[in-house]
Write a protein that binds this ligand. Structure first.
Ligand code: 2NL
Length: 343
């Protein structure tokens, strides 16, 4: 066989073998077999040196043609293999974009937050604005300005978390915030509710936590009477617990109100006959309240000869416990989803 025929055979077999290549590994093996250092095409090009001079031009031309043709075929095959392999990879790790997504777990408002919002809504209708105040307070605001002097026996009503800084404590009730509110607004009349966390250094039981919320209300104006307090409390009880609720006011004592009362409503379970929930009394306590003590009005910046006011305080956890028949306050802040997801 002549040298030129051999070149022709080389071209045919190389193209035939290239046609059978389908992976990048096979393609690389083909490239080494033909274009590697000892590859068939490389050898064929080198062979020109051993030919008689008169055959060299023709051989050179044809061998160069074969080389270019195989190179072009190789490049075309390389594109084909790359595309095929990409298609296979996409097929293997297919993502079905038409599948519906996984729904994110929907959160919800904490039962205390829900209750705080209902309370705020009811009082908003009666003209009360929400006032927010700090959790860390001065003894001055938490006690002294509320008519509770140092060493006064009334201090025993609040077991207090003190900080290491003299005179700085965690508020035991939201009342100090009312002093801030009064001082901000005096001598203008005022109607605010003040929700927030309070802290007491107490034994934790089914009925009391060391951290809990309070909502206090305060109305200060020129002709405010006990009748305004009673109407406000009755309206609240009926909006929160049903339009037929009866409300009663019992004598009580707070250092910052005079007179002071406890606000009760008829039992939502037995309607007043007496049961386990109301401990046989027929009544449930929902708030403490009273007419703002003149000294406290004065400390808030109001002249007690001109201004009067009423105030009340309630525990939103207790309100929520009554509404939802929750038997233990500790459920509120233990973060057990089995509890929280019921609301
Ligand atoms: C309760 C009782 C009460 C107040 C809070 C108050 C605030 C000022 C002046 C007068 Cl600045 N009073 N607050 C009054 C009566 C009762 O809370 O049992 N809370 C859970």
């Amino acid at each position: 066989m002549s040298q030129l025929e051999e070149l022709e055979r080389l071209r045919e077999t190389a193209l035939e073998r290239l046609r059978q290549v389908s992976t990048s590994e096979e393609l690389e093996a083909w490239r080494i077999a033909y274009f590697g250092k000892k590859g068939a095409v490389t050898q064929a090009l080198k062979a020109i040196g051993s030919l008689p001079p008169e055959e060299r031009p023709e051989y050179g031309r044809v061998s160069n043609e074969v080389k270019l043709a195989l190179q072009a075929a190789y490049e075309a095959k390389e594109r084909e293999v790359r595309e095929a392999e990409l298609a296979r990879a996409l097929q293997a790790r297919a993502v079905d974009v038409t599948l519906p997504g996984r729904p994110p777990a929907a959160g919800r408002l904490h039962p205390t937050t829900q209750t705080l919002r209902q309370i705020a809504h009811i009082f908003a209708q009666m003209g009360f604005q929400v006032y927010l105040a700090r959790d860390v307070e001065l003894d001055l605001y938490n006690f002294e300005l509320l008519n509770i002097p140092p060493h006064h026996p009334a201090r025993d009503m609040w077991d207090t978390f003190y900080t290491t800084r003299e005179g700085v404590l965690l508020r035991t009730h939201t009342s100090p915030g009312q002093i801030h509110a009064m001082r901000e607004h005096a001598p203008e009349p005022l109607r605010v509710i003040l929700p927030g966390r309070c802290h007491r250094y107490e034994q934790v039981t089914a009925r009391s936590e060391s951290m809990f919320y309070q909502v206090e209300g305060l109305a200060v104006g020129r002709h405010i009477t006990m009748a305004d307090l009673k109407g406000t409390m009755v309206n609240f009880a009926r909006q929160m617990f049903g339009p037929d609720r009866r409300v009663r006011f019992r004598c009580s004592y707070f250092p910052f109100t005079e007179p002071s009362v406890e606000v009760d409503m008829d039992c939502i379970l037995c309607g007043g006959k007496g049961c386990r929930l109301c401990k046989g009394t027929g009544w449930l306590e929902i708030a403490g309240a009273g007419m703002v003590h003149p000294t406290v009005l004065q400390n808030g910046g109001y002249d007690p000869r001109v201004f009067s006011g009423f105030a009340f305080g309630m525990g939103p956890e207790r309100i929520a416990m009554l509404r939802h028949r929750i038997e233990d306050i500790r459920y509120f802040y233990t973060n057990d989803l089995r509890f929280l997801q019921q609301f």
